[in-house]
Each structure stands twice: as structure tokens, then as C-alpha cells.
Design a protein around this ligand. Structure first.
Ligand SMILES: [Zn+2]
Length: 475
């Protein structure tokens, strides 16, 4: 029997507010343990939470960007459970009345566009962090993260493949970065993802029993964990067995999911409205102002890159997938007005160099102006396209501008016809067989001759001129 996967994601994004969601403590990542705490986030008796307006504003921006409906009122609720990283014994979250609901995000996989429903977006506080000693049977707890604002974005079970799940997650991350409300760093835990996944016979309406996957802190792990889980559940169902409802952990080292707890051990959170916090009412004027202030989002920017710069769909998607990269592209095009050329350089040379250095565009030593200068030098014929690649590598390594590198290394293209012709004559004389072949009509041999000349001049011969010279001498 053929099965299809039904996948829904729960994504937690840490908001980039300066202070925590219910107190004034700082949220700086990497501060010494327990230095960013107060009576509120430590859950001391008698302390009272006060909602951070910026956290609500950031959450509303995400809700607007994902086309959610924002009800006039939402309510904070206590989610009760007991764990050493949770000082109050409950987490303040939203349950029955979330901040936003019924939104969507459009994704594209293999050229196929799909709309993925967003069930809800709600605000909540983060818990602390346990650090387990490797040498002693001890665990330490750091409450710096306690009370850091999060949004949880819950999707409809609309995703059908691991690839779609990854695209959706990337899409959310892009928007968060464009809105500048989350740093999107999955390794540091600012963006976390859980998945619900079940299988059902193709064509069936009813949902199968699902497993919940946790602990997937990279796009690669999300894909691998979902692929593994599809295989596991398919094998179970094909053998006439049943999938049990449970929470499973992705074990990256073993490359598989392992059972963490079954349904009978599932938490009963006993949610109830938090009596310390009044319902959140959203002023429609505030919402309008936020809507009008939204930046151009990835999908809109990709569409504009196609119409304004005449870029293919693929280029537009890649460039706008990273806000900083899209900014870099536009800054370069302002100085060198050949968008497709700029796009080619960024997508091949620049991205390859960045990948080598495992750095983002922000750390790139080549400024848009320097790249534009380089492309202009190729355009003018000062250097060949091939040499430009060498110069570019040097620019990435040193941060110097192209003219300086070309001067220092003596890389200027040789366009002196006399000098090239003399070298060309020698090459022809040294290769009589190839010369005869060319004259007998095997014009492909021309490439061989040009290649020889390029090698002799260390790539500095003007290739177009070299072509012309050989054609003339051999003709
Ligand atoms: Zn605090």
C-alpha cells in the first residue's frame, strides 16, 4: 500500500527584545549564568509580571506578515508542569485565546507552489537551561533564559514531505529575519522546531496516529528526522503493526529517532488564565501602524527582483532568501547596472567563497562597491573574466580593492597585438600537427591553441584577441 505523510510543525522563535517578556532583565546571549535574573523571572512569591510591549509588537508583526487574523483580545494562561528549569512551576503561555490565528505561508518545492496554513501564533516565556556536569553527578541551572519572550508558530498538518517541512521552516526564518525580530540561529536555540508526523494510505481523509519529534536544531536534522520517521512508520504499518502515539527525540549521532515518552506519560498541563495578567487588547490604530510599517518581505522582494531586474525565478529566490544578501545585491547593482551579471557573480563566486569560510554575507570583506568595480574592469577589458575570479579570491582574502590587487600582482590583461602575435607564431611552429588539422577543417583545434597561449601568458592574454590572432595566422 502507498502511504503519504501528514506533517505539522511547531516552531518556537526567540524574540530580539532588549528585556524579558514580564520583567526588565536583559536578554543578552552568553552572559555569565544567573546574572540576568530578578524576583519576577525567578518566580519569587509576591512578585508580579508586567507585559513587555515590544514582545507584543514583534509577535504582531510576525502575525501580520503571515496573514493571520488578530482577535481584539487574547489571554495569557498558566501551563503547569514541574521541572528544575522552571522556577514558578508553570510557564506563562497562551492557550484558548492566542494572539493570532488562521494565517498562511506559501512555499515552493520543485517548482510546485503550496499554501501552508498557520493555525495560531502565540506569545510565551522561555524556561531556564540545565547544564549537566560531565564529571560529577550534578546538574546546574541557569535562569538567564527564563522569561525570554518566544512566539510559537503552529502550522496546520498541511505539509506532505520532509522537503516541504524544511522549505516552510526556511520561509518562516526568512520572514523573522526580514522583520528583524529574531536572529534565526537554530544552533543557539533562538529558532526551534518540533514536528507532528503521521502516515495514512494515499487518498484517505482520516489521519493516522502521530508521533511528536523533538530536538531538531538544524534544517538538516529536521529533514533527516522526518525521513527516518516516515520510513519507521511505513515499515510498522506495512507489517500490519500500529504506530503508537508518543514523543520521540532525534538522536543526531545515531541518525534515528528514539522514544522519549508515551501517551500515558504525556503532561496534563492544567491550563488556566493567569490571574496576574489582564487580557491583552490590541488597539486597531496600533495594528494599522504596524501593518503600514512592515518592511518588504521575501516573497514580495523576490517578485520585484524578477520584474525590476529581469532576474529568473531561481536567482530571485536565492538572493532574497537572505535579507543581507538581497541588500548586497541591490547595493552592487546601484554601482554596476547589469543585474544578471551581478547575480551570477554573487550566486557562484561570492556564495562559494562564503561557504568556504563558513561565513555569512555580513562578514564578507568584499564590499558591494569593490565587487561593482571588479565587474566594471571585466567589462572594460582590463582583465579577463577568468582572471577576475583570481582577483576576487584575493579580494575575499584581503579585503583590498580590485585595482590594488591587479597592480600588485601585475594581472592586467595583455591586449598588445604584437606581443601576443609573436607568442602565437611560436606556438603554431611548435605544434605543426594541430596546425595542419586546423587547416584541414578541424576548427575545434583553435581552442587548443588559445589554451596554449593563455597558459604561456598565465591567463593574462585577452582571450578574444587570442582567438582572432590564431584564426588569422592559421587561415
Ligand atoms: Zn527578571
Amino acid at each position: 500500500m502507498e502511504y503519504e505523510a501528514v506533517i505539522g510543525l511547531e516552531v518556537h522563535a526567540q524574540l530580539l527584545t532588549r528585556s524579558k517578556i514580564f520583567c526588565g532583565c536583559a536578554t543578552t546571549f552568553g552572559a555569565p549564568p544567573n546574572t540576568q535574573v530578578c524576583e519576577v523571572c525567578l518566580g519569587m512569591p509576591g512578585s508580579l509580571p508586567v507585559l513587555n510591549r515590544s514582545a507584543v509588537e514583534f509577535a504582531l508583526k510576525m502575525a501580520l506578515a503571515t496573514h493571520c487574523v488578530i482577535p481584539p483580545e487574547s489571554v495569557f494562561a498558566r501551563k503547569n508542569y514541574f521541572y528544575p528549569d522552571l522556577p514558578k512551576g508553570y510557564q506563562i503561555s497562551q492557550y484558548e485565546l492566542p494572539l493570532a490565528e488562521r494565517g498562511h505561508l506559501d512555499i515552493q518545492v520543485d517548482g510546485r507552489k503550496r499554501r501552508i496554513g498557520i493555525t495560531r501564533i502565540h506569545l510565551e516565556e522561555d524556561a531556564g537551561k540545565l547544564i549537566h556536569s560531565e564529571t560529577r553527578p550534578l546538574s546546574f541551572v541557569d535562569f538567564n533564559r527564563t522569561g525570554v519572550p518566544l512566539i510559537e508558530i503552529v502550522s496546520e498538518p498541511d505539509l506532505r514531505t520532509p522537503e516541504e517541512a524544511v522549505e516552510y521552516l526556511k520561509g518562516l526564518r526568512d520572514i523573522l529575519l526580514y522583520l528583524e525580530i529574531c536572529d534565526g540561529n537554530m544552533e543557539e536555540g533562538s529558532l526551534r522546531c518540533d514536528a507532528n508526523i503521521s502516515l495514512r494510505p494515499v487518498g484517505a481523509q482520516e489521519l493516522g496516529t502521530k508521533a511528536e519529534l523533538k530536538n531538531m536544531n538544524s534544517f538538516r536534522f529536521v529533514k533527516a528526522a522526518l525521513e527516518y520517521e516516515i520510513k519507521r512508520q511505513r515499515a510498522l504499518l506495512s507489517a500490519g503493526g500500529e504506530v503508537v502515539q508518543e514523543t520521540r527525540l532525534w538522536d543526531a549521532a545515531q541518525g534515528k529517532t528514539i522514544s522519549m515518552r508515551g501517551k500515558e506519560e504525556a503532561h496534563d498541563y492544567r491550563y488556566f488564565p493567569d490571574p496576574d495578567l489582564v487580557p491583552v487588547t490590541i488597539d486597531p490604530d496600533w495594528l494599522t501602524a504596524l501593518w503600514q510599517g512592515l518592511p518588504e518581505l521575501p516573497a514580495a522582494r523576490a517578485a520585484r527582483f524578477q520584474t525590476e531586474y529581469g532576474l529568473p525565478d531561481y536567482d530571485a529566490e536565492v538572493l532574497t532568501g537572505d535579507k543581507a544578501l538581497a541588500d548586497y545585491f541591490e547595493a552592487t547593482v546601484r554601482k554596476f547596472a547589469q543585474p544578471k551579471q551581478v547575480s551570477n557573480w554573487i550566486m557562484s563566486e561570492l556564495l562559494r567563497e562564503l561557504k568556504k569560510e563558513e561565513a555569512g554575507i555580513a562578514a564578507c570583506r568584499v564590499t558591494p562597491t569593490a565587487l561593482a568595480d571588479l565587474l566594471a574592469l571585466v567589462e572594460k577589458g582590463t582583465i579577463s573574466g577568468k582572471l577576475a575570479k583570481t582577483v576576487f579570491e584575493e579580494m575575499v582574502a584581503t579585503g583590498l580593492d580590485p585595482e590594488t590587487i591587479i597592480k600588485e600582482k601585475g594581472l592586467v590583461q595583455i591586449s598588445d597585438t604584437g606581443a601576443l602575435e609573436a607568442a602565437a607564431r611560436e606556438i603554431i611552429a611548435a605544434n605543426p600537427k594541430e596546425a595542419a588539422d586546423y587547416r584541414a577543417g578541424k576548427t575545434k583545434v583553435l581552442g587548443f591553441f588559445v589554451g596554449q597561449l593563455m597558459r604561456q601568458t598565465k591567463g593574462q592574454a585577452n582571450p578574444q584577441l587570442a582567438n582572432e590572432i590564431f584564426k588569422r595566422l592559421l587561415g
